[in-house]
Design a protein around this ligand. Structure first.
Ligand SMILES: Nc1ncnc2c1ncn2[C@@H]1O[C@H](COP(=O)(O)OP(=O)(O)O)[C@@H](O)[C@H]1O
Ligand SMILES: [Mg+2]
Length: 222
């Protein structure tokens, strides 16, 4: 489903060059649930952003769902085609939820449907029910707990039926009990066929995820 071959990313800041990723090679199969585990600065966000087609590597190849995304730093799809590919294949979740404060839970989940032109508005409600928030449809983000806000963000990430869910430190702002309920939700979604890559520095999360990829100083370490 995701083929990563010899992927490197260098950041240039003035005369300084920061190697964020060094020759990463790995394959992620459809239905995998992967914990990308590493300390701060390991390159987790950089790798997720590249897999999420939001950033370009300096070198190497990336293929998603049989489609070449980049090869040797050159994008193979771009513009509207890339936007559509990203929308149809990938959902993204962040530590800080990034919900729109003036919109209700339901309206936040409906947001991506505006871009896709989809008329399946019931989908947003169904997804909120799936993540356990059927009773919070009209609540605004400031009327929700952290765990509930992350559930809204998960529902929003899934509304266009992506096959892949990328989560960057999704439980970083949650207490351990809420963290575990969100992890249980990821496990359920994975058992229903969703491919998940979850980046974290939290070793306890790694014990609850089927496959762990250790990232350290931009390299895979086992
Ligand atoms: N936009 C950027 N410009 C320069 N250096 C960056 C940039 N983004 C990240 N880095 C550097 O790349 C390395 C990996 O960062 P990151 O992918 O954010 O790691 P992690 O998510 O594991 O904490 C770090 O050394 C970081 O300082
Ligand atoms: Mg990060």
């Amino acid at each position: 489903m995701i083929k990563i071959n010899n992927l490197s990313k260098l950041y240039k800041r003035g005369i300084e060059t920061i190697p964020a990723l060094n020759e990463i090679t790995t394959n992620i199969k459809e239905g995998d649930f992967i914990c990308l585990l590493g300390p701060s600065g390991a390159g987790k966000t950089t790798l997720l952003n590249i897999i999420g087609c939001m950033d370009l590597p300096t070198n190497g190849q990336l293929e998603i769902a049989g489609r070449q995304i980049t090869a040797e730093g050159v994008p193979k799809i771009k513009g509207e085609v890339l936007d559509r590919f990203r929308r149809e294949h990938i959902g993204f979740i962040f530590t800080d939820f990034f919900l729109i404060p003036t919109l209700s839970a339901l309206e936040n989940v409906e947001m991506p449907l505006l871009w896709s032109g989809s008329k399946m508005k019931n989908k947003a409600k169904e997804l909120l029910e799936l993540v356990g928030l059927g009773h919070r449809l009209t609540h605004r983000p400031n009327e929700l707990s952290g765990g509930e806000m992350q559930r809204v963000a998960i529902a929003r990430a899934l509304v266009n039926h992506p096959k892949i869910l990328l989560a960057d430190e999704p439980t970083g702002n949650l207490d351990t009990k809420t963290r575990d309920t969100i992890l249980d939700l990821f496990t359920t979604l994975n058992q229903n066929g969703l491919t998940i890559i979850l980046a974290t520095h939290d070793h306890e999360i790694a014990t609850q995820v089927p496959r762990v990829i250790h990232l350290n100083e931009g390299r895979i370490a086992g």
